[in-house]
Write a protein that binds this ligand. Structure first.
Ligand code: ZN
Length: 430
């Protein structure tokens, strides 16, 4: 296995939730000489500086400051979040016999039945008491080991289960955590577990954002190990491609170097409408500060900028070819896909698609096209939401994958390598 693929698999395994994904992106940036910056501080940047800003512990924005603001921004964006289950407050339910289930809420649009009967665990962020009520302390937590499962009802109780089986998230999807001796032991159980895992006392914990994940590690499979099987390929594969390209791009000492930017947003799966999401002004605020808050300079820089909005797309499914557009068939392994939509659900237009194709050509990478079957609505992504904040020229693209929003998705190894090549070329272009 080549180093890049091995690193993607490690990243997927170590990033079971948005918070840990951002931490692992920051670790990769740290190793490549980037240093953290705070939105609350005064910025004093010079050409060549490598910095990153973390927002809400779940979104991260990294940049290499260019030598000429008018050369614009080279931006690659992706998202840190994935559909799944978030644990509700007061989650413990002690059932007959002391069997504890946890009350959960669906996050985004997961394919629900792919979550049954898997060894699940918990990760997320925990907020601890700080020096003042306004300054609590954030810690990340991961239990690593299998802790829970969502057991499916046996077929003997529902003989028609294979004919279609409507699922109620509230009734059917609560995970089993274990057994306790009595109801009293169930109360506050999760908080005690989290406290124990972090080495703090339960009364130090003020709140948490915890989600479930499948503990089965990511792996390669297929005749020639051509596929990757993992949770969260949408969109951690593109986040990994972006950070790999940014850290691999060579430093441009010329006096016309653009500022290279990586923007990994949170909450794409719920419409991006948070302070750390693509619908917020966070990226435009950062770009303005990179222009010393000079609006005219910012505006001129945006005019010569280009953004690759990277969010995985759908590969042609061999069992459902009729679902896809009749003439455009992205094949896993044949290269990244440009996403095109007549009703402008994607930011791609002929001009920006042409630029991305030319970048792929330059990088020696094949490029494919995705359009929806005209009878289906399709999904949305980051690009268009961002253009409501910044009038950027850019393209929506992604690696083609199967089973988007399943607990376990499939992508092709070759597409990750070709995407990283195209992204690196994009950052390095003069
Ligand atoms: Zn996505």
């Amino acid at each position: 296995m080549n180093t890049l693929t091995a690193d993607l698999i490690q990243f997927l395994n170590e990033s079971p939730c948005n918070f840990l994904a951002v931490k692992n992106l920051a670790d990769r940036l740290d190793r490549a000489g980037f240093a953290p910056l705070d939105m609350a501080d005064r910025w004093d940047l010079k050409p060549g500086d490598r910095r990153y800003v973390i927002k809400n512990s779940s979104a991260i924005f990294a940049f290499v400051v260019g030598t000429d603001p008018l050369a614009g921004f080279r931006i690659i964006s992706a998202h840190s979040d994935s559909p799944g289950f978030r644990i509700k407050p007061n989650a413990e339910i002690v059932n007959e016999g002391g069997v504890v289930t946890l009350n959960t809420e669906v996050y985004g649009g997961p394919i629900l039945y792919t979550w049954f009967d898997r060894p699940l665990s918990i990760s997320g962020r925990v907020i601890l008491r700080g020096d003042s009520p306004l300054h609590p302390v954030t810690r990340l937590v991961n239990f690593y080991r299998p802790l829970l499962t969502i057991p499916h009802l046996a077929i003997h109780y529902n003989r028609s289960v294979n004919d279609g089986n409507p699922i109620s998230p509230q009734r059917d999807m609560l995970p089993v955590l274990g057994r306790v001796a009595d109801k009293a032991q169930g109360k506050g159980l999760l908080t005690r577990m989290v406290a124990d895992q972090l080495g703090v006392t339960p009364d130090q914990i003020l709140d948490y954002d915890l989600t479930l994940y499948d503990t089965t590690p990511a792996c390669l499979f297929g005749l020639n190990n051509e596929f990757i099987s993992s949770g969260r390929i949408d969109d951690l594969e593109m986040a990994h491609a972006a950070v790999s390209a940014l850290t691999a791009s060579v430093s441009d000492k010329s006096d016309t170097a653009p500022t290279r930017v990586m923007a990994i947003f949170d909450n794409e799966e719920t419409g991006s409408g948070t302070k750390q999401g693509a619908a917020s002004p966070i990226l435009s605020n950062i770009l303005r500060r990179l222009c010393d808050d000079d609006f005219s300079l910012y505006s001129r820089a945006v005019a010569s900028s280009f953004m690759i909005s990277a969010d995985n797309g759908h590969a042609l499914h061999p069992n459902y070819t009729s679902k896809q557009d009749p003439t455009n068939h992205p094949i896993p392994g044949d290269g990244p896909v440009v996403k095109i939509n007549a009703n402008c659900k994607y930011m791609t237009d002929a001009h920006s698609a042409a630029i991305f194709r030319a970048i792929c050509d330059d990088a020696g990478v094949n490029c494919q096209v995705f359009v929806n079957h005209s009878d289906t609505a399709g999904g949305s992504t980051l690009g268009n939401i961002l253009t409501s904040q910044i009038e950027l020229n850019g393209v929506d693209m992604g690696a083609p994958q199967w089973a988007m929003h399943s607990c376990r998705e499939t992508a092709a190894v070759a597409d990750h390598l070709s995407t990283v090549s195209a992204f690196t070329r994009f950052y390095d272009l003069n």
